[in-house]
Design a protein around this ligand. Structure first.
Ligand SMILES: Cc1cc2nc3c(=O)[nH]c(=O)nc-3n(C[C@H](O)[C@H](O)[C@H](O)COP(=O)(O)OP(=O)(O)OC[C@H]3O[C@@H](n4cnc5c(N)ncnc54)[C@H](O)[C@@H]3O)c2cc1C
Length: 424
């Protein structure tokens, strides 16, 4: 039931301490396991870089359950088992003529695990993936199933919930008719031109990503995912370059030295959303595979200041970095979402797998970004504790009350949550 590989997260930088990992074959079996356990937590596809998923008691993975994908064309929703990976769902939706509005950089992550940490893609008008959730079914601390619908009083506190409120067995997501996307990559943009009007840059396509190592005067790459273009050029300015950058002439990978074949198709070739919105293809290892990650989010109006702060630390950051990515995320109302209440820019860091050195740089970065109210990605490496995080989230205390109410015996807590959420 338990193998050596299962003890590690995807990045291999964290060994789960839970003495057992259950893989129930039915929701009922999962309910019985939860009812009988003093301490238990859900494990998704293990793509987080910290101890967020771990448990002192047992871990419960839903990966053995059937995805049970049910599309409701009239309601424009899809209902799916929480342990299903986005890539599996995306393929099935596309086959049936439907789409999700956005995907993260990789399709390999589980739906329940991704929404639990407010995982996001990019796009000024795109909320994080949790904002597509219309309904949740979860196993509560007593082993009974609870359903929460958008509009219910506890809903906004229960979607991005870090696994603290129970085991999400089923998720209903908003869908829309399928759409096509073309992806254009530009190299060596001018930082000066980008920073002169960063809102115009991030608003120039449905989803925009900027890749940089923070040093020098150029941004290494920009990836523009443009929606609904079945041919032609989405923006006349593209042919003349993009903020000083020139169009890439071959398929690119965000990381220097890696093959563009691992990535979704570029060079302006239109294709279905399911094969363009993520950067990495399901059949390949996403990103570098040997890495750590961190990410900090600030309000859009603080974007240039945050970028300047990080560029100012490049002598510390760049030697440890594989690449950084800058993306935008629309504001939402989910209590623990880093985009709660504010349109947001995310500054992401793909580090070399040198954790001790990275952990020395994180406090420097957090100190520089603190005056800008930076909120860290829950599933990546960061240092801030509950006392530092609480003031950043207007509904933090409400989340703690909600967790206390639905999990009075703290069955779903772990040391990560004690330190980062409940300890404050
Ligand atoms: C290569 C790579 C690229 C990434 N790209 C992005 C990106 O583009 N954007 C981004 O925002 N993040 C990104 N991430 C981070 C990743 O999306 C998050 O860490 C996400 O939470 C991982 O989902 P998971 O299924 O692996 O969950 P896990 O890491 O296994 O668990 C994460 C949390 O979800 C909870 N959870 C899992 N399943 C359930 C369930 N059924 N019910 C209740 N709680 C549950 C766990 O208890 C835990 O608290 C990336 C990670 C990697 C490794």
């Amino acid at each position: 039931m338990r193998t050596e590989l299962d003890e590690l997260n995807w990045a291999g930088n964290y060994r789960y301490g839970a003495p057992v990992i259950h893989r129930p074959g039915s929701v009922q079996e999962a309910q019985e396991l939860v009812a009988g356990a003093p301490n238990i937590r859900a494990l998704g596809s293990r793509h987080s870089f910290n101890s967020i998923a771990d448990s002192a008691g047992a871990l419960l993975s839903l990966e053995a359950l059937d995805p049970a994908i049910t599309i409701d064309p009239a309601a424009r929703t899809v209902t799916v088992s929480g342990g299903t990976r986005y890539g599996t769902l995306a393929e099935e939706l596309e086959r049936n003529g439907f789409a999700l509005p956005n995907l993260a950089s990789l399709p390999h992550i589980s739906i329940a695990g991704a929404i639990s940490t407010a995982t996001h893609g990019s796009g000024d008008r795109n909320g994080n993936l949790a904002t597509s959730v219309a309904e949740l079914e979860l196993i509560g601390a007593d082993g009974n199933l609870r359903r929460l619908r958008r509009g219910d009083p506890d809903f906004d506190g229960s979607v991005v919930a870090l696994g603290a409120l129970g085991i999400v067995t089923q998720v209903t997501l908003d869908i829309e008719p399928t759409f096509s996307v073309r992806q254009d990559v530009f190299e060596a943009l001018s930082w000066e031109q980008v920073l002169a009007d960063i809102d115009a840059v991030t608003g120039s396509a449905y989803s925009v990503s900027l890749f940089t190592d923070w040093q020098g005067e150029t941004v290494a790459q920009s990836w523009l995912k443009s929606r609904g273009y079945d041919g032609g050029v989405p923006n006349a300015a593209y042919s003349a370059g993009f903020y000083g950058g020139s169009p890439a002439l071959r398929a690119m990978h965000p990381l220097p030295g890696f093959s563009g074949e691992d990535c979704t198709q570029q060079l302006g070739v239109p294709g279905p959303w399911s094969e363009r919105l993520a950067h990495f293809r399901m059949a390949f290892t996403p990103s570098s595979g040997a890495e750590l990650q961190s990410e900090y989010f600030v309000a859009r109006e603080n974007a240039t200041e945050a970028i300047a702060a990080i560029r100012g630390l490049s002598e510390h950051i760049t030697p440890l970095l594989q690449v950084s990515e800058i993306r935008t995320i629309a504001a939402d109302q989910l209590w623990l979402s880093p985009a709660y209440g504010q349109a947001t820019v995310g500054l992401h860091f793909t580090w070399k797998p040198e954790q001790a050195a990275v952990e020395k740089v994180l406090p420097l970065m957090e100190e520089r970004l603190a005056p800008l109210g930076a909120r860290p990605h829950w599933g990546k490496l960061f240092q801030a504790d509950a006392a530092a995080l609480a003031p950043l989230y207007p509904r933090f205390a409400d989340f703690i009350s909600l967790a206390e109410r639905v999990d009075p015996e703290h069955k779903f807590r772990n040391s990560f949550l004690e330190s980062k959420v409940f300890g404050g």
